[in-house]
Ligand binder design. Structure first.
Ligand SMILES: Cc1ncc(COP(=O)(O)O)c(C=O)c1O
Length: 401
């Protein structure tokens, strides 16, 4: 029996694979430091936990409304008003199984086979495969210099086949916050050209140094071509709930996305929707606490990275990732990440997975202790002048490279 052609086009998720690999090594008792993770370590907000317990205690755990419960949608409308200054109603919201399903629903409704979808490099690992899965053609756009793509570089990649431009703000893996000038130009350009603009804003409150993530809706005359993606995974550290959403003033698009959802997952989990509602209507100080912790972790990581010779640092302004140019040591990021995992048991994600070789993504959503320990090992592994031995717990590692 042969697999479908489509199934052969889709690769495994490098980040989910890495999680599985590091978990297996940890289980074997290896003292792994995981600096490749994509989820905050913060405990779930109490309001979310209490709402889940309350829901479970009703002993009514059934199908929920296909596109999300009424109260949860209302909470998403309030969130949108507060964070984007946009007034919308429940018909402008679809709640999905994670931001990922919201993005799929959108792509399924926007892209015809052969349509081109533009996005900046470095990109979230899933974008190219997600576009391929819906029959689209991924068009990654690289900056001519540095790692921040300009509006002009994106505009230059547009062809008559361009159907969607999508970007992640702030961006995984480099923590780039695309500013008001970039967003305004992109919004005006897409509106004028009739191109869909999808903003994946899953990290939008996790920004540093007083920077704010601009709202694309602020610059549109008619924002019907804009779809904004959000969720509870990153901002509330609730990755396990699998609740995300899309909002748009375009009700026809939201309704079509709902039909896709009805025929794929039917609806979200009744229980985790209750948890997401708890998080959204509960006290919001957990978000600021997480943001502050991440900013402090990032600052600590900057200091550690500055101790390593030859690195080219672009300071992240948001998310919980640092995308570091390690090409001074090895231009092959897969080889370098494998070397660090094998020799000093530190997990990082190779830049090649995000479309830029020579880089490694280092997460600072880990504890400070893990960040310091991971960096101590990386510094030692890369420093040619470092002494011949490194102590990791009771284990002594000897340099054989
Ligand atoms: C840029 C980006 N978008 C979407 C997602 C997926 O979010 P969710 O867990 O809500 O599906 C992630 C998760 O890593 C991400 O980094």
């Amino acid at each position: 029996m042969k697999l479908s052609e489509l199934s052969k086009l889709i690769g495994e998720s490098p980040t989910l694979n890495l999680n599985a690999k590091t978990a297996a090594l940890k289980k074997e008792g290896k003292p792994i430091v995981h600096l490749g993770g994509g989820e905050p370590e913060s405990p779930a907000p109490l309001s979310a936990v209490e709402a889940i317990i309350k829901k479970a205690q009703t002993r009514q755990i059934k199908y929920s409304p296909t596109t999300g419960g009424v109260e949860l949608k209302k909470a998403v409308c309030a969130y949108t008003k507060q964070n984007y200054g946009l007034d919308i109603g429940n018909a402008n919201v679809i709640v999905s199984t994670g931001a990922k399903q919201a993005i799929y629903n959108f792509l399924l409704c926007a892209v015809n086979p052969g349509d081109e979808v533009i996005f900046p490099v470095p990109y979230w690992v899933s974008y190219p495969d997600m576009i391929t899965l819906v029959g689209g053609v991924p068009v990654p756009v690289k900056a001519a210099s540095g790692i921040e793509v300009s509006f002009e570089e994106i505009a230059k990649a547009v062809t008559p086949k361009t159907k969607v431009i999508m970007f992640n703000n702030p961006g995984n893996p480099a923590g780039i916050v695309y500013g008001a000038d970039f967003v305004k130009k992109l919004v005006e350009f897409c509106e004028q050209k009739g191109i869909y603009l999808m903003t994946d804003d899953i990290y939008h409150q996790l920004v540093f140094d007083g920077v704010k993530t601009p709202s694309p809706f602020a610059y549109a005359k008619n924002p019907d071509n804009i779809v904004a993606i959000n969720g509870v995974s990153k901002v509330y550290g609730l990755t396990g709930l699998r609740i995300g959403w899309a909002v748009s003033t375009n009700k026809e698009m939201i309704a079509a996305m709902g039909r896709m959802q009805a025929q794929t997952t039917s609806c979200n989990s009744d229980v985790t929707e209750a948890g997401a509602l708890g998080a959204l209507v509960g006290p919001q100080d957990c978000v600021e606490e997480l943001r502050k912790t991440l900013e402090s972790n990032r600052n600590a990581l900057i200091e550690e990275l500055r101790k390593i010779e030859g690195l080219n640092l672009t300071i992240p302004k948001g998310t919980f990732y640092f995308f570091v140019d390690f090409s001074y040591y090895n231009k092959d990021s897969n080889a370098l990440a494998a070397f660090l995992l094998e020799k000093v048991m530190v997990a990082t994600v190779p830049g090649a997975s995000f479309g830029l070789d020579g880089y490694l993504r280092i997460s600072y959503c880990a504890s400070k202790e893990n960040i310091f320990e991971g960096m101590r090992r990386i510094q030692w592994a890369l420093d040619k002048k470092a002494t011949g031995e490194l102590k990791i717990g009771e284990t002594i590692i000897k340099k054989d490279w």
